[in-house]
Design a protein around this ligand. Structure first.
Ligand code: SF4
Ligand SMILES: [Zn+2]
Length: 313
């Protein structure tokens, strides 16, 4: 039993990565999301294939679609072109690289001008980045794009006994500092908050800590929060589950914490519904309940509960 897993152990427990190409994004999609003012905007989300993140967070499975080494110079732009040729126009573009957009070991700053050139028609550009890597490169890139920059950062949890064990090398002060830095430069921030991180196994405790983390993020100056149900599947999470240090969340928990977060009315909140089949409690009502969450994401209000006649939920 480990009290704390280090990077080497976490990496050692991982299953194989997927085969990906440095010239093709591993996924892209067209979706809708409310803008900051609440109006519905279209979004092109491109999942760029790049070098694996330098951090090795306990709960992370984003490394599955990454390369061991940096993609060749110009490859990110080729990936962008590949996806943009196949996507319709959208108001917003999200460039998620399964790592940190402003880690120059992942994406060279010399590629920024060519990337920015591809983004001229977008009024908002969202990238993901570790709070400790919010630096001059954010400002350099921000100056090059026409649209407004939004940086999505993992706060994960503010639980003082859990955050250090996630191996994210992050404190709540680091998060606060990064958000202040970005806001001072007119850059919006989105926070990723975990539901059921490892080391909290009680359902009520999980809901309370997720809600408190959402609240903290808003107090720091975050514009919107996405709640992510923590999934098994990266090797170490299965061991944590066997050791009773991790309990997968239920759909009812996601519903409850999402409703409570929306009720705070401190900013926009989204429930991440990406591949949430693993939290389904009932095959009869799952799809309808998932659709309700997606509608609540769009409308930013609590909708009527889905009633189910089954005996399991
Ligand atoms: S910083 Fe993000 S991408 Fe990197 S290991 Fe942690 S969760 Fe994964
Ligand atoms: Zn049901």
């Amino acid at each position: 039993m480990h009290d704390k897993y280090d990077s080497r152990t976490i990496v050692g427990l991982r299953p194989q990565k997927n085969k990906v190409s440095p010239f093709v994004p591993y996924h892209f999609l067209h979706e809708e999301e409310p803008g900051i003012s609440g109006n519905i905007e279209t979004v092109n989300t491109i999942f760029l294939t790049g070098k694996e993140c330098a951090f090795k967070c306990l709960m992370c499975d984003l490394w599955k679609n990454t390369l061991d080494d940096a993609a060749p110079f110009g490859a990110t732009v080729q990936q962008l072109d590949y996806a943009l040729q196949r996507l319709p126009h959208a108001d917003v573009i999200k460039l998620y690289n399964s790592s940190n957009f402003f880690d120059t070991k992942n994406i060279s700053s010399k590629e920024y001008p060519a990337i920015a050139e591809r983004l001229v028609q977008y009024k908002r550009v969202v990238v993901e980045n570790h709070p400790k890597l919010c630096n001059k490169y954010c400002l350099e890139f921000n100056d090059m794009i026409d649209g407004r920059l939004e940086v999505a950062m993992g706060l994960e949890t503010i639980h003082p006994g859990v955050l250090p064990k996630l191996n994210k090398q992050l404190t709540t002060e680091d998060f606060k500092h990064a958000t202040k830095f970005l806001n001072e430069h007119d850059i919006d921030v989105r926070a990723f908050i975990l539901l059921n991180p490892p080391y909290i196994t009680d359902a009520n405790e999980n809901i309370v800590w997720t809600l408190q983390s959402v609240q903290f993020a808003f107090e720091c100056g975050v514009a919107r929060c996405t709640i992510i149900p923590v999934r098994p599947g990266n090797g170490v999470m299965e061991i944590l589950q066997q050791e009773n240090f991790y309990q997968p969340p239920t759909l009812a928990m996601l519903e409850e914490v999402f409703e409570k977060s929306l009720s705070l009315k401190q900013g926009q909140v989204f429930a991440d519904t990406w591949e949430i089949g693993f939290i389904s409690e009932c095959p009869v009502c799952f799809e309808a309940r998932k659709k309700r969450l997606e509608k609540m994401n769009l409308e930013q209000k609590i909708l009527e509960k889905i009633l189910c006649n089954c005996t399991c939920c």
